[in-house]
Design a protein around this ligand. Structure first.
Ligand SMILES: NC(=O)C1=CN([C@@H]2O[C@H](COP(=O)(O)OP(=O)(O)OC[C@H]3O[C@@H](n4cnc5c(N)ncnc54)[C@H](OP(=O)(O)O)[C@@H]3O)[C@@H](O)[C@H]2O)C=CC1
Ligand SMILES: CC(C)CCC[C@@H](C)[C@H]1CC=C2C3=C(CC[C@@]21C)[C@@]1(C)CC[C@H](O)C(C)(C)[C@@H]1CC3
Length: 418
């Protein structure tokens, strides 16, 4: 049986001190962005003109709405799935099973919300509730993460994540001790990663669009683009739901505050920042510029989808005709590394595509403010850091083969730049 002693994995995110700062700074940044988007000057780098009082943040109605939303998404997750996929092999040689019905959940949610709106559900009132909703979600994330931490105290050692078992309780609370916390077959991490926050983001965007239509007669072209682009991103994630099973979050990271808050609060309330900004600061956008932005989005999506699908197909079946002709490097683990196709261009072509799409989401907001570019700035930092973490893990996993890959493909994300 594996030992429950603290792991020797190197500390990340600046160790206990770094994660303590993040526990405060992440929610603070989210509230700052929510307040800045609705303020006149909409300044990213200035302190908010006022701090909301508890009566503006705390609302039992918002908490109820959050629980109805979570309950609905749990119910849709539990519906029969068109497919049940197996995850990668775990430490104890077992494999977990995951329902593949995320896209179905998106479509059913859209039908239910559509039905609700047709009988008078005031979706346009949602933008006015973002602040108390974000507060309720933050409180829920803290409590949920504490429960997950307590659950992990009685989990077998083989169920613990490599990085969230340092022995320092604040650090482990943040990173997450247990790799795949479950209640029966209900997988908390997999559910949270793709459902309530990601789908919630789309409906917050839609509510902002409807509110704009109410205020100004019709939604602006910029608002349409932001809604369309981000709906495509979420729809794509749920359509290719199975590929999330090979991401770092599912196979390596524990489920602690970072991912709980990231999935449930950070994604819906900060990723909808462009649409929030546009509601309060309408931006003119001509057709030629809109077409150019669509082209940028299409290029980004082409790279993002091409790279992710190529790797997933290759990992599932290296002799698939679409990847069989690609050049590879063998590794001591028996797995191979692609060195041609998208993965021969840079070592993270999927990050490049994702960043180009992030630029296309901000451009409809014009160039007058830095605020709508927050996502692009944050996402660049996140991906640079994520790339470095992945690099360390691949070096540990593949040793000399990884060094050979780095020699053959010297750039990380942007060809000839980085
Ligand atoms: N919008 C958002 O907020 C976020 C989006 N993302 C997106 O999520 C997606 C997944 O990202 P992420 O989980 O970080 O990592 P990746 O999908 O890039 O996966 C990295 C893994 O791919 C495998 N790999 C690396 N190089 C090769 C190669 N040459 N040939 C074959 N396999 C290789 C290795 O795993 P192994 O060898 O074990 O298979 C490596 O650990 C990305 O598109 C990213 O942009 C990520 C974070 C946040
Ligand atoms: C706020 C913290 C500093 C960090 C929180 C990070 C999380 C918000 C992200 C970590 C990895 C993510 C992924 C997606 C959303 C954001 C988080 C949860 C993803 C579901 C977005 C859609 C993509 O198509 C994807 C590839 C499925 C993404 C997987 C990783």
């Amino acid at each position: 049986m594996a030992s429950r002693e603290a792991s020797q994995a190197p500390l990340e995110f600046g160790g206990p001190l770094g994660v303590t700062a993040m526990l405060i700074l992440l929610p603070a940044t989210m509230f700052h962005l929510l307040l800045a988007a609705r303020s006149g000057p909409a300044r990213l780098l200035a302190l908010p003109a006022y701090l909301p009082g508890l009566e503006e943040l705390w609302s039992p109605r918002a908490l109820l709405l959050l629980f109805i939303w979570l309950g609905l998404q749990v119910a849709l997750y539990l519906l029969p799935a068109r497919k049940v996929a197996e995850g990668l092999e775990l430490k104890d040689k077992s494999r977990l099973r995951y329902p593949i019905n995320g896209f179905q959940a998106l479509v059913l949610t859209a039908l239910l919300v559509g039905l609700g709106v047709s009988v008078g559900l005031p979706l346009g009132a949602l933008p006015g509730m973002l602040l108390p909703l974000a507060f309720a979600t933050t409180l829920t994330s803290f409590i949920f993460s504490l429960l997950l931490y307590a659950k992990a105290l009685v989990a077998p050692a083989s169920a613990l994540a490599p990085g969230g078992n340092s022995g320092n309780s604040v650090y482990d609370f943040f990173l997450g001790r247990e790799l795949n916390p479950r209640l029966g077959s209900f997988d908390f991490k997999y559910f949270c990663e793709l459902r309530p926050g990601l789908i919630g983001w789309v409906f917050i965007n839609l509510a902002l669009l409807m509110q704009e239509a109410e205020l100004r007669g019709s939604p602006s072209l910029a608002m349409w683009l932001v809604n369309g682009f981000q709906l495509l991103y979420v729809g794509d994630a749920l359509w290719y739901e199975e590929s999330v099973l090979t991401t770092m979050d599912i196979i390596h990271d524990g489920f602690g505050f970072m991912l709980v808050f990231g999935d449930l609060a950070w994604v819906p309330f900060t990723y909808s920042l462009q649409a929030q900004f546009l509601l309060y600061h309408p931006q003119p956008l001509g057709l030629p510029m809109a077409l150019l932005i669509c082209l940028i989005k299409a290029v980004g999506y082409y790279i993002f989808r091409g790279a992710n699908s190529q790797k997933n197909t290759f990992r599932k079946n290296p002799s698939d005709p679409s990847v069989a002709g690609l050049e590879t490097i063998p590794t001591a683990t028996g797995r191979q590394l692609l060195v041609s196709g998208w993965w021969g261009m840079v070592r993270h072509p999927n990050y490049l595509g994702d960043l180009i799409m992030a630029l296309a989401w901000s451009l409809p907001c014009g160039l007058s403010h830095l605020l709508p570019y927050f996502y692009l700035l944050y996402f660049t930092a996140l991906l640079v850091h994520r790339e470095a973490r992945d690099e360390q893990q691949c070096l540990r996993k593949y040793g000399r083969a990884w060094q050979e890959y780095c020699k053959r493909v010297p750039y990380r994300i942007i060809p000839y730049v980085y």
